[in-house]
Design a protein around this ligand. Structure first.
Ligand code: PMT
Length: 424
């Protein structure tokens, strides 16, 4: 915890990149010496950082320095057998939530505008679907040159964000525009890349994690949900501008910043907490793995190991999602479906049975997606069709889901925000 006046105060209190994967590209220029500080500040804000350096960048700052500050070897070569056997260039491109090139030289900006892929960094920028930003740094004459300005206009048209440059005294002795902006400002702008405003002013209620159904004072019935998917959804909704309430079963996760988190244990407690909050919600997202059954009666004391078999009498828990969808008026209702097989057919059945607007279906019970791990593959099932997302980090899958929900919500409620009703 940093107090006002401490250099890290602003960063910790206003900027969060928790769980974000940032690929920092460093190109050749004197400002490359500041890249180590950019890495440090990004990590201070919670990001995981991988560094890719051009050949020229390594003339200004050593790969060893970048390895020391990022905690990972700096990637430098496109065709490096050793690096490809670890995290290959395509994996690196997929890994990133955002790519920040800082400093970005005039030459690199020109390559990017042309779509060239003649080294690792330019290839990654072309191969990655992640948001891309450049922080130009160059001599003021190079900055003012019409060729550079035309290249920057092309990048902007292609959706690349341009951070800076600042102006002032330059390493070459001249004064003017072309200085790379301050690392702290770069981190703030990088964090803002994740904020979309698509759910501005809306209330979103999210459930996450497992429930615990007591058998006796020391044992519970539960499942393997870690809460990661639901927490990522809550965070993505917050980044989209919503006021978010997260109702969480028992997890080991810290609640996302700027999200109100209520902790519950059982399905009945989750049901009660949702009922208490649902009237204010525009959107309800049920990502929790709620136990369908609970022991009819939890034993008052620890059950002793006497008989060879033990029978538990289970009763149904209330269905939270169905109860929300049955309200009049109902919020926009999004359920999840965790299935071991027949994903789409089961998800369509759940969509219809629970009267949800959308079901995000995922396969569970196999490694690499679903419960506990960091990645997930979602299938978005609605009455008029299905969209399959690729395998993504849960953070990124959540942002895709929230974007999809925002589009559908505004199409269904055009009067609320006509500006967003036709957004795709
Ligand atoms: O938490 P992680 O480790 O990150 O894993 C993520 C996840 C696999 C738990 C998540 O992506 C997911 O699929 N969550 C829903 C799990 C589930 O309970 O699915 P279901 O098919 O049994 O339930 C369908 C829907 O009804 C869900 O939205 C569920 O929240 C809801 N439900 C179920 C039972 C109940 N009594 N009340 C409910 O609201």
């Amino acid at each position: 915890m940093y107090l006002p006046g401490h250099p890290k105060y602003t960063l910790y209190h206003m900027v969060s990149l928790t769980n974000k994967r940032i690929l920092l590209g460093v190109t050749g220029g004197i400002a490359a010496y500041k890249s180590a500080d950019v890495v440090r500040r990004l990590r201070d804000a919670g990001a995981e950082v991988r560094v890719v350096m051009t050949r020229a960048a390594a003339e200004f700052i050593t790969p060893l320095t970048m390895q020391a500050v990022s905690g990972h070897p700096a990637h430098r070569h496109l065709l490096d057998a050793q690096a490809e056997s670890g995290m290959g260039h395509i994996e690196l491109a997929r890994w990133a939530d955002a790519v920040l090139v800082a400093p970005a030289s005039a030459n690199f900006i020109a390559k990017l505008a042309q779509g060239l892929a003649d080294d690792l960094l330019s290839t990654l920028c072309l191969a990655s679907g992640a948001a891309l930003a450049v922080a130009p740094a160059m001599n003021r004459q190079m900055w003012d040159n019409p060729a550079t300005q035309a290249n920057l206009a092309t990048l902007q048209k292609n959706g690349v964000r341009i951070f800076g440059p600042g102006s002032g005294a330059q390493a070459c002795g001249e004064t003017g525009a072309g200085r790379m902006i301050d690392p702290l400002e770069l981190v703030t702008l990088t964090a803002a890349m994740f904020e979309t405003g698509e759910l501005d002013g809306l209330d979103v209620l999210v459930t996450a994690g497992p429930t615990w159904e007591p058998i006796d004072p020391v044992r519970v019935i539960t499942n393997r949900s870690s809460g990661k998917m639901g927490y990522a959804v809550a965070k993505a909704a917050m980044e989209a501008g919503a006021r978010v309430t997260l109702i969480s079963g028992p997890t080991a996760l810290a609640p996302p910043a700027r999200v109100e988190c209520l902790r519950v244990m059982t399905a009945q407690e989750m049901f009660d907490a949702v009922q208490a909050r649902i009237a204010a919600a525009n959107i309800f997202i049920g990502a929790a793995a709620v136990a369908d059954y609970r022991p009819a009666q939890a034993a008052a004391g620890k059950i002793k190991k006497t008989a060879d078999t033990l029978q538990l009498n289970l009763v149904r828990n209330p269905d939270i999602l169905a109860s929300v969808a049955a309200r009049t008026p109902a919020p926009f209702v999004v359920g999840f479906a965790a299935e071991t097989d027949d994903l789409e057919r089961n998800a369509v059945a759940k969509l219809q049975a629970k009267h949800a607007d959308l079901v995000a279906a995922n396969l569970v019970g196999r490694p690499g997606s679903g419960f506990e791990c960091d990645d997930n593959r979602l299938m978005l099932v609605e009455a008029d069709g299905t969209v399959e997302l690729p395998l993504l980090s849960k953070e990124r899958a959540a942002r895709e889901l929230i974007h999809h929900i925002a589009v559908r919500y505004h199409a269904k409620n055009p009067a609320e925000n006509p500006r967003l009703a036709h957004r795709q």
